[in-house]
Ligand binder design. Structure first.
Ligand code: PHE
Length: 356
């Protein structure tokens, strides 16, 4: 076989492996490639010329030999090129400051939304007082959202200008507050209320109202409802509980004040303010200079609400409150625009760590 190719080609073939190993970089490799398999002047090109000039009876054997060499060279060159390229890549990365000893990046895990975290925190404040969580549907009946709460038919909240009614089911609506969970829960526990010795719960969740979107309004927002039913419950219990809860949330020096207000499902009803947790009640933008921030509506459960659920208001009494979660979150985080909570900008959501 060997005798068909001139000695210098066999010589080149023998020295190929060591020449390849001696290529320390891609430039040297390209030169070697040119010398062995390049279009012109290479060993491969010279072999092709020889093949053309060879006598017919030798062409087949010579062709096979040439092909074997060419294939072997090309494959080896390609393999070496891949190695040199990845070595160069690693070298460049090291030069650019890549540190292979660093641990790999931790994949980003999901996290609770700041409003959910704040609601969890409220639940945590009340849990040690024996409160558990009750839930109700966001699509509610008129009966649970209004009638069971002593809200009369001509109340403005019932108007379709304020409330989202379901077009196909006019008796259904998107609940306008978390108070229908009061009605559902009282109806459910009424038969066993005496055995239980009363009930106390929180009901966090979404509520809906036909409000235009602006920095302080959204047609969907969150409330946390609180309710307690027992014997001989009065305003003093409501005030004491709220004082404890709001001091746990806003700090031990927080003062609260109750102002008379009206909600059909409580009597007496009140609005509750906290001394501004941001300025220590000296007056700032958040409390509009007054030193107080309104935080929730509350009151003693109206006898009609207990009666509707089949609970005797001469035996049982209690209190209820409802607070706006966005309002509290905005105050705690000094966020001026409620829409930020719903736009899901990761930078904003991550910066909301202060609500934990
Ligand atoms: N449901 C009332 C509201 O949405 C708040 C409230 C709840 C007031 C319970 C008193 C008692 O404004």
């Amino acid at each position: 076989m060997d005798q068909l190719l001139p000695p210098e080609i066999d010589e080149a073939a023998r020295s190929f492996a060591s020449a390849l190993a001696a290529c320390g970089d891609l430039n040297a490799l390209m030169r070697l490639k040119g010398a062995y398999v390049g279009r012109e002047g290479s060993h491969a090109a010279r072999m092709m010329d020889l093949l053309k000039a060879a006598p017919k009876e030798h062409k087949r054997e010579l062709g096979a030999q040439i092909n074997a060499y060419k294939q072997q060279w090309e494959e080896a060159l390609k393999g070496r090129q891949t190695d040199l390229e990845s070595a160069k890549k690693a070298q460049d990365a090291l030069a650019a400051g890549w540190d292979p000893t660093l641990p790999p990046p931790v994949p980003a895990a999901g996290a609770l939304h700041p409003l959910n975290r704040l609601m969890d925190r409220l639940v945590d404040v009340f849990r040690p007082l024996g409160f558990h969580v009750e839930e109700g549907p966001e699509v509610e009946t008129e009966a649970h959202n209004f009638d069971g709460l002593n809200i009369p038919d001509d109340h403005p909240a019932k108007a379709s200008s304020d409330t989202f009614y379901l077009a196909a089911h006019p008796e259904l609506l998107l609940r306008t507050h978390t108070s229908p969970v009061q009605v559902r829960t009282l109806l459910r526990v009424a038969p066993t209320l005496a055995e239980r010795g009363g009930i106390r719960f929180l009901a966090p969740g979404r509520v809906y109202r036909k409000d235009e979107i602006d920095p302080t309004h959204s047609p969907m927002f969150h409330q946390v409802e609180g309710m307690l039913v027992g014997h001989g419950i009065g305003m003093q219990h409501l005030k004491g509980t709220l004082e404890y809860a709001l001091r746990t949330l806003f700090g031990p020096h927080t003062e609260i004040r109750l102002r008379p207000s009206y909600f059909p499902f409580v009597e007496p009803g009140c609005e509750v303010d906290v001394s501004c947790p941001l300025c220590g009640a000296s007056g700032c933008r958040v409390c509009k200079g007054s030193g107080w921030v309104e935080i929730l509506g509350a009151g003693l459960i109206h006898p009609n609400v207990l009666s509707y659920a089949g609970i005797d208001p001469t035996v049982w009494s209690g209190w209820a409150f409802g607070m706006g979660v966005e309002r509290m979150a905005m105050m705690l985080s000094q966020t001026p625009d409620l829409r930020l909570f719903f736009e899901n900008d990761q930078r904003f959501l991550k910066a909301m760590g202060g609500l934990d």
